[in-house]
Design a protein around this ligand. Sequence first.
Ligand code: HEC
Ligand code: HEC
Ligand code: HEC
Ligand code: HEC
Ligand code: HEC
Ligand code: HEC
Ligand code: HEC
Length: 320
Amino acid sequence: MMLLLLAVAVPACAGCHPAEAKSHASTPMMQALMPARDSSVLRDNPELRTRRGVYEWTLRSSGGDPVYSVSDGKQTVTAKLRWAFGFGVLGQTFVYEKDGALYESTMSYYAATKGLDYTPGHVDRPQRNIEEAAGRLIDPAEVRRCFGCHSTGSAEPVNTGVQCSHCHADTAQHAVSLSKVTKLRQSSSEEISGLCGACHRTWEDIATNGPKDINNVRFQPYRLANSKCYDAEDRRISCTACHEPHTPASHVTAGYDAKCLACHTQGNPAQGNRAQGNVCKVGKRDCVTCHMPKTAIPGIHFGFTDHWIRVVRPGETYPQ
Ligand code: HEC
Ligand code: HEC
Ligand code: HEC
Ligand code: HEC
Ligand code: HEC
Ligand code: HEC
Ligand code: HEC
């Protein structure tokens, strides 16, 4: 009861920080989770269908909760979709409820193919019966983790999306009394990697638990820290040097050139800048197209940007 009262008493950040609130609302992060009935992917695709072996999966939406069904020709199971995970840059994965538990749909929507294909991790999962063909039980601890990264509040979230308080953890009191808050602008690249790594995974997470293969291309804090460019103290290589956290990521490659050239300039390396004098003989613009190549994970129809900045040699093996 006390908690509820406190939560209601906290004024919204937007009232005093309208610029951040307005631009942040349009980010994929702020829309990383939504009730399935609000998914524009499903609204734009009122019927999605795919078949693999004996099973056929169908997603139908005509207002209200979309309906997911799987059939083997003899039997059909259906479920109402509760949640859509992902804004849809890469795609969306759906979650349905059965007997009070949540399940992850076997099939996800991929933006690149505008259709259904296996959800990551499902292609090798056994499908011994129609229930297994429909989806995977998500145990309660994992449910909390999924909601924890894609929304704010870990069980049955009301506030979907990555809200202000996720990154500005010490602002609840500030919103009431204008108490001082951590100025993230002053954080080191290592501190920012830790903040973003709470969801995008930290270097330590991957170094300890893997994956040590192409699947780790989606974990930017790990890839970036392995790059020769990385310096734990130098803010010119922090996540926020290239990504304004309240704005969707820019897709204009030339826009990133200045970020590279902040370090890779002509001049005398002895003057303290480690990368000074270390300049490219091959290209003068669109640096990231060659040095941060788009890399697809098998089965996931999306080119992730490899944050391990390097000279990519033709035919090289993927550095892990
Ligand atoms: C009643 C108005 C008000 C509300 C509500 C409010 N803030 Fe602030 N906030 C301010 C003012 C004024 C400052 C500048 C104070 C300062 O520089 O010390 C500030 C400063 C900040 C800063 C640091 C700015 C800097 O330049 O270092 C952050 C981050 C911040 N607010 C985030 C939030 C978040 C997140 C919320 C919602 C949980 C929030 N604020 C709610 C008025 C407000
Ligand atoms: C609470 C978890 C969380 C934290 C903390 C977090 N992210 Fe994210 N981020 C996500 C999720 C979830 C997505 C996927 C959004 C979607 O559905 O497309 C995402 C997507 C992104 C994207 C791609 C989408 C786009 O175009 O903007 C960028 C870039 C990004 N995050 C940068 C950052 C940076 C930089 C930080 C640290 C300052 C950070 N994130 C912290 C959860 C988080
Ligand atoms: C540790 C934090 C974390 C957990 C736990 C997590 N995600 Fe994510 N998820 C992310 C981040 C960060 C991204 C954006 C970068 C990427 O695609 O890897 C993302 C991206 C996605 C995307 C693609 C989004 C898009 O816009 O294209 C989907 C779909 C997704 N997650 C579904 C899920 C589901 C379903 C679960 C639980 C079964 C889950 N995630 C658990 C952090 C997490
Ligand atoms: C994904 C993490 C993330 C989210 C979500 C987020 N911020 Fe920030 N915010 C940051 C980071 C990191 C900085 C420092 C940016 C920089 O270095 O230029 C920052 C800077 C700020 C500042 C300027 C003060 C400063 O420290 O430089 C304000 C004010 C602010 N944020 C308000 C908000 C509000 C309001 C929201 C919600 C609408 C929000 N932020 C959501 C990460 C986030
Ligand atoms: C030197 C610049 C640079 C730095 C530093 C950087 N990024 Fe990126 N990032 C990019 C570029 C370029 C893209 C691709 C943008 C596009 O074309 O869509 C990108 C894309 C992304 C995406 C979208 C998914 C993808 O693979 O395309 C996420 C999420 C992301 N970055 C997170 C991070 C995080 C977290 C950090 C800090 C650990 C970080 N980035 C540091 C340049 C950078
Ligand atoms: C914080 C400064 C900094 C930034 C920002 C930066 N680099 Fe670097 N980069 C370095 C340093 C330092 C080295 C190592 C120089 C050496 O060892 O001679 C390096 C090395 C490299 C190398 C050679 C790597 C190898 O494997 O041999 C390439 C290629 C490179 N950087 C490209 C880029 C590109 C492209 C960007 C922008 C996307 C970028 N850098 C951003 C500091 C930076
Ligand atoms: C067309 C692809 C391409 C583009 C665009 C490109 N590079 Fe390169 N870069 C290369 C290749 C290939 C090498 C390796 C050259 C060699 O070893 O002979 C290289 C080498 C480098 C090196 C290492 C130099 C050294 O002497 O160790 C740095 C640093 C670098 N590039 C930075 C950049 C920056 C910054 C940009 C953008 C202003 C950029 N590159 C644009 C392909 C490219």
